[in-house]
Design a protein around this ligand. Structure first.
Ligand code: NAD
Length: 408
């Protein structure tokens, strides 16, 4: 998907063959074996990856994912998207992504800690606060980042807070980082509603995924006056025409670990949820949720892509042909996470802490700038928003490559 999208954009930009080749392929693909001892004394060798797509504009930045489906190809695609996201947001980073093929839900805390520490150790020759800075993604969280920080500090003999972002606040994390991605998704979705002249007070939203991105997007949308009528997670989906009470849902999820069984909503088929009438549909779970099978049945006005790669190229073609859905493409829509990660890194390098208000205000300013840039470029060139966002990003990287020239 990422390669197909790149080819389309490179064609539009008219990049020459040299720049196409130099921009398309990742700089470094690293795969390591990560052996760990389980609690029962047995041993498993896991496969861990890190792809550093591009170091032309600065150190590599990108998340670390724990999921059974992780493989080198998926990580490479995510690294490419991350590269575009950093370029689109004008962050001084290249894109990267990491992952371990494992099922964190079946592993104990001790096993996850050993896995994280061993992976970090295996990655030490390739990472550093000015080389490659990891962050949480699916299946990882601030505890994972704390273990990585500690492992790196033990190796370096000093605390190097800028080695990862998404750390706990007490360990020099940034205020606002936890909610940053969801906050950004909600902020941009409400900006899109403004563009479409849909009042927030009468708008509804459906959200796929109730993890970090989905839950904070839901809270922020509700705070903005939008009614959240449908939510799903990996176990199932729920629906309430009159709006889901998110405070009560949060308590339910804290107790049961899932949105399923929430007493103040009805169960609904998870695939059908995506096709219900709503103003905002925010896929915030995993990739390829919107496909050739369901794209023609969507009934949303705004598609706010919280997840990475939630829409397949086939679905994209259907949505472009329909012309009635305002797409906020993933590299823009979920860029709040990496932007506040960038703020965290800057604060770490400066040994300084900003307030949550300062962080979120700076975030909204940067998202607003990028949103306006994408819409203007799309309008000027009669392009879908996704192609416009990707074209701006690829052009930024290609221009810097041209300016730096080719060594030797
Ligand atoms: P998470 O692990 O915190 O949450 C994922 C959620 O999706 C969980 O509620 C899970 O139950 C649900 N889910 C998984 N499969 C599902 C399915 N088939 N149907 C419905 N729900 C399903 O992960 P996250 O950090 O919220 O990340 C979600 C997406 O957002 C990923 O694509 C990730 O790459 C992207 N993203 C995350 C961040 C971030 O800061 N966390 C930043 C940018 C992009």
């Amino acid at each position: 998907m990422a390669a197909q999208q790149f080819d389309r954009v490179a064609g539009f930009l008219g990049l020459n063959d040299e720049l196409i080749e130099r921009c398309k392929w990742p700089k470094r693909l690293i795969t390591v074996t990560v052996p760990i001892r389980h609690d029962d004394g047995s041993t498993t060798v896991f496969f861990g990856h890190r792809v550093q797509q591009n170091l032309t504009r600065g150190p590599v930045k990108g998340g670390l994912r724990y999921h059974p489906a992780v493989d080198l190809g998926e990580v490479a695609a995510l690294a490419m998207w991350m590269n575009w996201k950093c370029a689109l947001m004008d962050l001084p980073f290249g894109g990267g992504k990491g992952g371990i093929a494992c099922d964190p839900r079946t592993m104990s805390r001790g096993e996850l800690e050993r896995l994280t520490r061993r992976y970090t150790m295996e990655m030490i020759p390739f990472i550093g606060e000015d080389i490659d800075i990891m962050a949480p993604d699916m299946g990882t969280n601030e505890q994972t980042m704390a273990w990585m920080t500690d492992t790196y500090a033990t190796h370096a003999g000093r605390l190097v807070p800028g080695i990862v972002t998404g750390k706990p606040l007490t360990l020099q994390g940034s205020a606002g980082r936890t909610q940053a991605t969801g906050h950004g998704v909600a902020f941009l979705a409400t900006r899109a509603l403004n563009k479409l002249n849909i009042p927030l007070s009468s708008a509804t939203a459906v959200i796929q995924g109730f993890g970090n991105v989905g839950s904070y997007a839901a809270y922020a949308l509700a705070n903005a006056g939008v009614m959240v009528t449908g939510i799903s997670d990996v176990n199932g989906a729920i629906w309430n025409d009159r709006g889901i009470n998110l405070t009560k849902l949060r308590a339910h999820v804290a107790e049961k670990g899932t949105v399923v069984g929430f007493s103040e909503a009805d169960p609904i088929d998870a695939d059908e949820l995506l096709c219900q009438p709503c103003d905002i549909l925010a896929p915030a779970a995993s990739d390829m949720a919107i496909t050739g099978k369901n794209a023609h049945r969507l009934q949303c006005k705004v598609l706010a892509e919280g997840a990475n790669g939630p829409t397949t190229p086939e679905a994209d073609a259907i949505i472009d042909a329909r012309g009635d859905i305002f797409v906020i493409p993933d590299i823009l829509c979920n860029a709040g996470g990496v932007t506040v990660s960038y703020f965290e890194w800057v604060q770490n390098l400066q040994r300084f802490q900003w307030s949550e208000r300062e962080v979120l205000t700076k975030l909204e300013t940067m998202l607003e700038t990028a949103f306006a840039k994408v819409l203007a470029f799309a309008e000027r060139n009669h392009l879908p928003n996704r192609v416009a966002a990707q074209a701006l990003a690829v052009k930024t990287v290609a221009d810097v490559k041209s300016q730096r020239g080719l060594f030797p």
